[in-house]
Design a binder for this molecule. Structure first.
Ligand code: AMP
Length: 219
């Protein structure tokens, strides 16, 4: 099964994708994570993307669609894909159709995480992750149980994304409104969109997603 998690930055796409990965062995394909890895490794893609990402603008459609195709090619045909942060433009949505068709895959669901934009800035600017295992935390909503020690792996190093500052977040939200929200009707016309309240507690959001996918997921 192949699904898209759609929603503005901070809607919880990454968190929910990780949960589906842990519970159902699906693969998370996050173009943001792939680009951050490319920036860190100093690859040609990373060098091109770095400044664009720091401004909160969108990296070129060709680059991100190529990354998605390459990643899908590393997966066995039975593994389900969760697209997180892709597609973000109409051109990417069209590219994804071709990428999936060429690999005999079909898009099953588009899950839209519906959130209140005012809450997003606070959500995003407070978030940080364990540098060792990637577990997510938040200054106000979820601190590690023992201060400075990761609940999951015991790591003591934490990091914040350079683009999680207020100015960049505002640009990222504007990009979402202008370029990503308009792709929803493409999928609505196919009858595959389900809206989930992304302001609910994380476990409730997960339960709502599980209900949508229940028929197809292997327990
Ligand atoms: P994310 O981790 O999804 O919030 O993405 C972080 C940044 O990476 C975005 O603000 C963009 O600059 C870039 N990016 C990630 N995914 C895409 C995409 N599908 N299209 C264009 N740019 C992207």
């Amino acid at each position: 099964m192949n699904i898209i998690l759609l929603g503005p930055p901070g809607a919880g796409k990454g968190t929910q994708a990780q949960r589906l990965v842990e519970r159902h062995g699906m693969r998370q394909l996050s173009t943001g994570d792939m680009l951050r890895a490319a920036v860190k490794a100093g690859t040609p893609v990373g060098l091109q993307a770095k400044a664009v990402m720091e401004r909160g603008e969108l990296v070129s459609d060709a680059i991100v669609s190529a990354l998605i195709g390459e990643e899908l090619d590393t997966m066995g045909p039975a593994a389900g894909a969760i697209f997180d942060g892709y597609p973000r433009t109409a051109a990417q949505a069209e590219a994804l159709d071709g990428i999936l068709a060429a690999r005999g895959r079909k898009l099953g669901h588009v899950i839209e995480l519906d959130v209140d934009e005012d809450a997003l800035v606070a959500r995003i600017t407070g978030r940080f992750t364990c540098a060792t295992c990637g577990k997510g935390y938040h200054d106000s909503f979820e601190q590690p149980r023992a201060p400075g020690v990761c609940d999951k792996c015991g790591g003591t190093e934490f990091k914040r994304r350079p683009d999680d500052n207020e100015e960049t977040v505002r640009t990222r939200l504007a990009e979402y409104r202008a370029k990503t929200a308009p792709i929803l009707p493409i999928y609505e016309a196919r009858g595959i969109v389900t809206r989930v309240n992304g302001m609910a507690e994380m476990d409730h959001v997960t339960a709502a997603i599980e209900r949508i996918l229940a028929k197809e997921l292997i327990p």
